[in-house]
Design a protein around this ligand. Structure first.
Ligand code: SF4
Length: 360
């Protein structure tokens, strides 16, 4: 099961230079669904930092906690979700002291949404109101946060936003049903960018679109990021898409981050068997053809997690220790990887890493 991956030449640049400041710092975030004995631990002590201007990818199978993580971190978690522990620090643009989003008054949060952090929800393109023209829907969103603006200013801004996302400004008077799925999704991105947020969260933004449209939209998001400087959290189950778009990737499994690091490094040499399984489950957009093998079995029942490493029933490299002891997110076994973290016992000792996880 050896693997040799070559550097992917992205269709667009995903590298950011310098040493950007943190903008969102998540520490020990835990979320339960339900109460008492029936509760499910959907998120189990997640630590994650988003830096200014970067694209951070969150990947993993359905139900691994990706959406729960961002909705909890933005206080948009619907019931019966309950944040049971953690801290989410937001660093203001003026360099002032960070504020804990989880303890911020609701009135402050409402003002900060769209302005500091905007979200494009899963299936967002279907949430446009079918009986209003798209221009009205964009200007209404602007008016809610900028009531002092004039109607003419809002309409000018709506045209500018449409143009930014590649839609002709004269489509401002179109109804949603007159636009393709890709165009409707672009309208949602335009609305999210209306107030120039510092953080844009995209929850599976291209899942319902065909591959060509997916690619165009992802390219556009990165181009806008380069132009406007916002940071992006990009959630998807398609890790091959993230390799191209993200600066860093966090892989989630059973409510935890199991690997975290620079996108290209994780593509060349994944250090966690689950990351390897995900990479082998999706065809790369570039590079040589590779055999797709998938991951055997299904994600665990969060109410009855396996003992030890939650991935052990599906892991081809599981050892006796994996069945009894829970691995924690720590440095990889390989020297010179200070910006990578992995939760896998194979990384206790470089000699334990199989070829598939360690290209020599
Ligand atoms: Fe596999 Fe063990 Fe690593 Fe878990 S800790 S991923 S079971 S090798």
């Amino acid at each position: 099961m050896s693997m040799s991956r070559t550097e992917v030449a992205p269709a667009w640049s995903n590298s950011r230079s310098g040493n950007p400041r943190p903008i969102l710092e998540i520490t020990g975030l835990a979320v339960d669904y339900g109460y008492g004995e029936d509760r499910v631990h959907a998120l189990r002590g997640v630590d994650l930092t988003l830096h200014e201007g970067e694209v951070l990818g969150l990947a993993g199978e359905s139900g691994c906690g990706k959406s729960t993580l961002v909705y909890a971190a933005t206080r948009l978690l619907p019931p019966p979700g309950l944040i049971s522990a953690g801290q989410v620090l937001y660093y203001p643009e003026d360099g002032g002291a960070p504020v804990d989003v989880l303890r911020r008054p609701e009135s402050e949060l409402r003002a900060a949404r769209w302005q500091d952090t905007a979200i494009v929800f899963q299936g967002a393109m279907n949430s446009l109101n079918p009986v209003y023209r798209i221009g009205r829907q964009i200007t209404d969103a602007i008016a809610a946060h900028r009531p002092e603006s004039t109607r003419a200013q809002r309409e000018d801004r709506a045209r500018e936003l449409l143009s930014m996302v590649g839609i002709a400004p004269d489509r401002i008077s179109s109804y949603p049903h007159q636009l393709s799925g890709g165009m409707r999704q672009r309208v949602m991105i335009a609305m999210a960018l209306a107030l120039e947020p510092r953080v844009l969260i995209m929850d599976e933004p291209t899942t319902a679109l065909d591959v060509v449209m997916q690619r165009q939209i992802v390219e556009q998001i990165v181009e806008l990021r380069d132009r406007m400087g916002f940071a992006v959290i990009f959630i998807t189950h398609d890790v091959s898409l993230l390799i191209e778009v993200a600066d860093r990737i966090a892989i989630m499994y059973a409510g935890e981050i199991v690997e975290h690091g620079p996108a290209q490094a994780m593509y060349r040499e994944p250090r966690h068997p689950y990351t390897l399984g995900l990479l082998n489950s999706f065809p790369p957009l570039h590079g040589p053809r590779q055999e797709l093998t998938g991951i055997p079995g299904s994600p665990p029942d969060l109410q009855a997690l396996p003992t030890g490493c939650a991935y052990h029933p599906r892991c081809p490299f599981a050892m006796a220790k994996c069945v009894t002891d829970i691995p924690v997110l720590a440095a990889t076994a390989v020297a010179g990887e200070p910006d990578r973290r992995v939760a896998c016992w194979l990384n206790e000792d470089e000699a334990l890493l199989p070829d598939a996880l360690h290209k020599v």
